[in-house]
Design a protein around this ligand. Structure first.
Ligand SMILES: Nc1ncnc2c1ncn2[C@@H]1O[C@H](COP(=O)(O)OP(=O)(O)OP(=O)(O)O)[C@@H](O)[C@H]1O
Length: 306
């Protein structure tokens, strides 16, 4: 089995609005897959289609490489979905999850304890209404874990968490992925965090999947660069173009020159600029971030799939 979950050319429109256009993603067993896209990119719509909560206009969803429509109910038991679950505030975690078991038809009396232990809420007795955001998030995960799914899907799971909550969430996902062999499909527009959590990425923009790429390839593609800040960027660009060829650079919104080649020649670059009478404020090596990579993909209109 190559893919635990895949979509094939899924298209969905709301009136005249294209929410998804020919979106094909491939989530392999054992991955933490990060679906990256800004607000309105189509992430939630894709998840709703996968879960059967919205109906696509065309295209297919496959679970274990089988079209899910043939065995929708059976297939979806393998998926835990976290989409802003609502809990009973006046009940504790255990009672809320007992209710989830009832809804899912799970009769095993040890299931609630098993999932509460996995998220370290087994000793907590208080009502859910007194939970912190981080605790609610762990309860959300426990809720998705009920019934031992192979895949957990979470839409914007780190929204609203503080930095400490985000770090604990990341560690919990990585622990469940490693120790319980659970595959995760997560979406986020907080790219820095997703960048260190996921092992593969799908980049979605305006309803289209621009690229699918694994962590190692992403590292190769997020190029090393040099950032230069001077008093006169136009003159600096002219001097550098004159003396370093070929030269690949852009000027960002802060009027900094971002060089993608000649990055090992910082001494030479400094000399060209200073000899040219420029005031040099900054000359620093820089590794492109996931966010910058995403923006460059949007700029190029997207291409490769790896
Ligand atoms: N029920 C709906 N009716 C009409 N338009 C919708 C509906 N749901 C989503 N859309 C539109 O479809 C597009 C994709 O929305 P979607 O919610 O999937 O994006 P998203 O990437 O999840 O963003 P966000 O994080 O802001 O929810 C947007 O332009 C949105 O306005």
């Amino acid at each position: 089995m190559e893919n635990l979950l895949s979509t094939h050319a899924v298209t969905k429109t709301y009136g005249k609005q294209d929410a998804l256009r020919d979106v094909s993603i491939h989530v392999r067993p054992g991955e933490v897959y990060g679906l990256v896209g800004k607000n309105g990119a189509g992430k939630s719509t894709l998840f709703k289609v996968i879960m059967g909560l919205a109906v696509q206009d065309s295209g297919e969803v496959s679970i274990y490489d089988q079209p899910s429509i043939e065995n929708l109910e059976g297939s979806q038991k393998n998926i835990g979905f976290m989409y802003g679950s609502q809990f009973f505030p006046y009940l504790n975690a255990r009672k809320n999850l007992t209710y989830t078991c009832k809804l899912k038809g799970i009769t095993d009396k040890t299931e609630v304890d098993r999932v509460l232990k996995l998220v370290e809420l087994d000793k907590v007795k208080k009502k859910v209404k007194t939970f912190s955001m981080g605790m609610k998030q762990r309860l959300n995960i426990a809720n998705a874990l009920v019934g031992k799914p192979d895949l957990i899907i979470m839409d914007e799971p780190i929204n609203g968490l503080d930095p400490q909550g985000i770090a604990s969430f990341r560690m919990l996902v990585q622990k469940l992925n490693r120790e319980q062999e659970i595959t995760f499909l997560l979406s986020s527009h907080i790219l820095g965090e997703l960048g260190i959590m996921a092992s593969r990425f799908g980049f979605i923009h305006d309803g289209e999947l621009l690229s699918e790429i694994d962590q190692n390839t992403l590292l190769e593609k997020t190029e090393d660069q040099v950032i230069i800040k001077v008093d006169n960027p136009e003159k600096a660009a002219y001097l550098l173009e004159e003396q370093l060829t070929p030269l690949d650079y852009v000027v960002n919104g802060d009027k900094e020159i971002i060089l993608s080649d000649h990055i090992d020649e910082t001494n030479k670059i400094a000399k060209i600029l200073v000899d040219g009478g420029l005031e040099l404020y900054k000359l620093t090596p820089h590794q492109q971030t996931l966010e910058e990579y995403y923006l460059s993909l949007i700029h190029q209109g997207g291409q490769e799939n790896v």
